[in-house]
Ligand binder design. Structure first.
Ligand code: TXA
Ligand code: MG
Length: 338
């Protein structure tokens, strides 16, 4: 396996690997993806194997041009109104952190969509990703480049630590800008539903196409899953993670060997005043002044850091539950053991 910084040469090399059925991890604006040619069933099988991903969990298909929708989706099945809304979304939010569930094209092997008749299509907002996709076959299936169920990678190094020698190449494009996965949005049913909150807040979608449903709420059962990202336990650090609201974390006494993650400085300061922890306490803040974009971009990054420390527990504060805060809280709750 080699790690190469993004350049026109490394992108060409990566695209060749993809065309030959190999796996290439690449940067996107959300998290790093583990790419395979979506038209090559054998390459897709390797993705499942390398990630330890169950075959019932479908992959997201990444495209780099609107025209490629025809090769990946079958839009003729959608009614006119839905098609119009799709184009409003595509025009306004693509490229960007939004995966749209559409009827799948016959050209896509069943393994990509876990046998479903639908496919998640995403047009990422990252130059290197777009270049890599265009230089390959134009459509690249890519789950997050981490072992199944674990933290998503926001740096090339996270990919190396998680998947290492199992893949051919990692393209290093620096830290991910958004740091949380795309929103998965299903427009194939009578009601439009968010299956996974993510980088595109619900409010942004509603402003464009009117009211939609949040179908992502956490359930304890793994049966009848619409989107396996809905599994109760997912996005989990190896270190036991507990989530707390603002009041709970402020009242949480300091514990040796535990790490504390606050949403902003105001919560951290109140906790310091109330609990008087020792100088050695390991404490992090998602965003000093509570900037939600910054908070989102640092979440996985900090959890990876905590995982590499010797901490025995992580106590994390939930974000205000609006906009990107919903996606932050979704990941925290699914990663938590409480
Ligand atoms: O930001 C992202 O979406 C990243 C980057 C690499 O693009 N990718 C990502 O992929 O997070 P992954 O495989 O880790 O998560 C894909 C989610 C899963 O929860 C999967 O169940 C859901 O999308 N999904 C994919 N196809 C689906 C389909 N046809 N119907 C319902 N859910 C689907
Ligand atoms: Mg994932």
């Amino acid at each position: 396996m080699k790690i190469l910084p993004v350049s026109s040469e490394s992108l060409k090399e990566g695209a060749e690997i993809l065309k030959n059925g190999g796996l290439v991890a690449f940067p996107t604006e959300t998290v790093y993806g583990l790419g395979a040619d979506v038209f090559n069933a054998q390459a897709l099988a390797k993705v499942f194997e390398v990630k330890g991903r169950p075959h019932f969990d479908p992959l997201i298909i990444h495209i780099a041009a609107i025209e490629t929708l025809d090769k990946t989706a079958n839009l003729s099945i959608l009614n006119k109104e839905t098609r119009e809304k799709l184009f409003v979304l595509a025009e306004n939010l693509w490229p960007g952190p939004l995966s749209i569930i559409l009827p799948k094209s016959e050209k896509i092997p069943g393994i990509a969509t876990a046998g479903l008749q639908t496919a998640a299509i995403r047009f990422p907002d990252n130059e290197a990703a777009l270049k890599l996709i265009s230089l390959s076959t134009g459509a690249v299936a890519a789950p997050s480049a981490n072992p199944f169920g674990g933290l998503s990678p926001t740096r090339a190094e996270h990919v190396k630590n998680g998947l290492g020698e199992k893949i051919e190449m990692i393209l290093d494009g620096g830290p991910s800008r958004i740091g949380l996965e795309s929103t998965v949005f299903d427009i194939t049913g009578d009601v439009f539903k968010i299956l996974r909150p993510g980088g595109t807040p619900k409010e942004v979608i509603e402003r464009l196409i009117g009211p939609i449903i949040d179908g992502s709420s956490i359930t304890d059962t793994s049966s009848a899953l619409v989107s396996p990202g809905q599994l109760k336990s997912h996005y989990a650090p190896r270190t036991p993670l507990y989530v707390l609201n603002r009041e709970e974390i402020i009242n949480k006494p300091y514990e040796q060997n535990s790490t504390f993650l606050f949403f902003d400085d105001s919560a951290k300061d109140e906790w310091f005043n109330a609990q008087n922890p020792p100088q050695t306490a390991i404490v992090k803040v998602l965003s000093k002044n509570g900037n939600i974009l910054q908070a989102a971009s640092r979440l996985f990054e900090i959890l990876h850091e905590f995982d590499n420390s010797q901490a025995s527990n992580i106590y994390a504060q939930l974000a205000p539950n609006e906009g990107l805060g919903e996606a932050i809280n979704d990941r925290l709750k699914r990663g938590a053991i409480n």
